[in-house]
Design a protein around this ligand. Structure first.
Ligand SMILES: Cc1ncc(COP(=O)(O)O)c(C=O)c1O
Length: 395
């Protein structure tokens, strides 16, 4: 492996206690916790002990959602005031869905793909009860979806194109710019699920003109199960009135008015009390990602995943991710005979990956992994795969 940029590059390994337990290649699922998250949680508890009244809202809680939202916005390529934190990605998508009146006799078609996370399918299935027509663009190989097929599915009846920017099952990455362009020319909006992209790729929400981005902090952002996020294109915000709402979305929440008047800011996409401890816990991860820099993180990801793809192909393994870097996110999926057992054997040897049905292993190097770790992990996988006996043995 040629390490072009790693010589002057601080991988911040000391800041992640989990890395001492083995080779962590799980950033598509569970990012390691930064050491500073513990301090942030303790500081939060200390402050909580000192609050004796509603002053907590005025002194810190109210502005925290905004602060975290703006930090996430930067990582998505969006401006301040474009992100409202959410309980999780599924709720964020439901908020988007609740902005549309599918049964009003107008546009009611929603375009998704077969490679999206299951929440997407469940949420759009539920919207069918309100009149949504869901068009799922098929994948022939379970790895990618031809761009032309997505573009062809967008027509004058489409209200929304809702798909993963990077797929959780193959790491397939769509051409966001082309999809937004086609959708807007047909009068439709676009929501991109960027959960598997944010923190490992350079995202360009504003440049793409994307209408919504959704995701969360637990994976590539090293932020734990703290919060989800919803980016809404600033010029679009005031046109939308989500049905999934609550008092925090009101223009004057503390007026306790009986009638809804949506906040003029991105807070109009909030619901109720924010997850304050969660918001404290995700800041350390966001700090590290910003300090290391997305350009460098993305370059490292490209370099190592390219090497892993080459290694897999050289050994005749089944690659369940696209070959081309431009079509791939930060993970490499490898089809193996018995994925659960292979993942368990790897864990015994301190290589931590996971698996999904009809996908195989999901393997994700992040900026904190050394080149040696990536090399060792692939070598150990080779040994495990050639040890047929070991794979057959019941524990
Ligand atoms: C691409 C993608 N979208 C959505 C989700 C679900 O996120 P949440 O649990 O925040 O709803 C996941 C979780 O793995 C995911 O990978």
């Amino acid at each position: 492996m040629t390490a072009q940029i790693s010589s002057t590059f601080d991988r911040r390994r000391e800041e992640f206690p989990t890395l001492a337990s083995g080779i962590h290649l799980l950033s598509h699922s569970l990012g390691p916790v930064p050491r500073a998250a513990r301090e942030a949680m303790l500081a939060y508890t200390d402050a909580w002990e000192r609050h004796t009244s509603e002053d907590a809202w005025a002194t810190s809680w109210w502005e925290l959602s905004e602060r975290v939202g703006d930090r996430i916005a930067r990582l998505l390529g969006g401006a301040s005031g474009s992100v409202q934190v959410q309980p999780n990605t599924s709720v964020a998508l439901s908020v988007v869905a609740s902005c549309f009146d599918f049964g009003a006799g107008g546009r009611n078609k929603v375009v998704t793909t077969a490679l999206d996370f299951p929440s997407t399918a469940y949420i759009w299935e539920a919207q069918q009860r309100l009149g949504a027509r869901v068009h799922v663009v098929a994948s022939d190989d379970g790895i990618s979806v031809p761009l032309e097929r997505i573009l062809e599915a967008i027509d004058e009846t489409t209200c929304l194109v809702a798909l993963s920017h990077t797929s959780y099952r193959s790491s397939y990455r769509v051409d966001a710019r082309a999809i937004v362009e086609r959708a807007h020319s047909a009068g439709a909006l676009v929501v991109l699920d960027t959960y598997q992209s944010a923190g490992v790729l350079e995202l360009k929400a504003e440049e793409w003109g994307a209408d919504f981005l959704i995701g969360g902090t637990i994976k590539w952002l090293c932020g734990g199960p703290a919060c989800g996020y919803l980016y809404v294109r600033p010029e679009l915000q005031s046109e939308l009135r989500p049905r999934l709402t609550g008092w925090v979305a009101h223009e004057e929440p503390f007026a306790f008015a009986r009638e809804m008047r949506y906040a003029p800011t991105v807070r109009r996409f909030a619901q109720g009390t924010p997850n304050i401890p969660g918001l404290h816990s995700c800041l350390a991860g966001l700090d590290i990602i910003e300090e290391v820099g997305l350009e460098r993180i993305a370059a490292e990801s490209r370099r190592r995943t390219e090497w892993m793809v080459e290694f897999a192909l050289e050994h005749g393994w089944r690659l369940n991710s696209p070959r081309g870097t431009q079509e791939r996110g930060g993970s490499v999926m490898i089809g193996v005979e018995d994925a659960p057992r292979t993942a368990a054997r790897l864990a015994e040897r301190k290589v931590f990956v996971d698996w999904r049905p009809s996908v195989g292993l999901r393997i994700s190097p992040h900026f904190f992994n050394t080149d040696e770790e990536v090399r060792d992990a692939m070598q150990i996988l080779k040994e495990v795969m050639s040890d047929k006996e070991g794979l057959r043995t019941e524990d």
